[in-house]
Design a protein around this ligand. Sequence first.
Ligand SMILES: O=C(O)CCC(=O)C(=O)O
Length: 306
Amino acid sequence: MTDPSGRYHHHHIAPPPIDRPDAQVPSALDEYLFDLNGFLHLKGVLGADEVAEANARIDAIPRDLARGQWHGWVQREDHPEHRGTSYQQVYELGGVFEAMIDHPRYINYLLRFIGGHETHDIYHGPAAIDEAFFSVRGPGDAIPIHSGGHELCSRTGYRYLNGRFLCGEVNVLTAFTDIGPGDGATMIIPGSHKSNMIHPAFLRRDRVHEWSSGGGGSAEDVEGAIEVHMQAGDMLLFVDALCHGSARRSNPGERRISVYRYGSAWNRPRFGHQPSPEMLARANPLARRLIHPRDPIRPPGTPARW
Ligand SMILES: O=C(O)CCC(=O)C(=O)O
């Protein structure tokens, strides 16, 4: 409503442009629930054939690949085995993993929730992938509880102001196996991205030990944390500031997920991974900017790496 006196200025800025009009746009309810809870459960995004294809690409990686070693442009992450086995840069495996860089089911959600439209952030690009990894966990494996609004972290934090989101990092966690009770489900505390206080569970545990070799921990004893049960092909889209972790797997077999993390294009990738020249050459223009926001500028004649 216009103020007839002209005294008051309307501070609610216009909605941002939609970057991919051909792709799904978050509804008003999606935005309300994401703001309220810090996550959205997107069901049935990948079909059974896509899940099978992705699992086959993972199965092509030798199971004895040592921590830190490479399979083409995919690297096994060097973390303690009580968190299972993780492979970084899985979009390099192609197929479904490559399509997930800018998947039409969620790309507009990411760009809306990361925000920065029509601001200085956008000079760097629409957004960027921080890391893209696949995690395989067996019996006994888990990840401890971490994150939460109390951290006030630029990289992962949650913010909404004047009609715009400004999330530091939004994650797309995709299930490649069905995940139910005993399977080591992801655990979250709904709404904890806005928490002003540290959860007391953080204070009663040896956090260095539980993340270290010989340690281990899960989110199971954390009051308020709930398991997110998923069907293979479902996705959990959440702001990283949400307090999260996983249950410990007690069932036989494996739990398989991927996590693609996205943030502002002025970020750098978490571990410094770079896309391969082949990947850069074949990626569509938006996907290319998400994995490689900027080409370096050098004096004429200076050879680029690629
Ligand atoms: O493994 C999970 O279920 C949760 C993943 C997680 O904690 C993370 O991506 O930071």
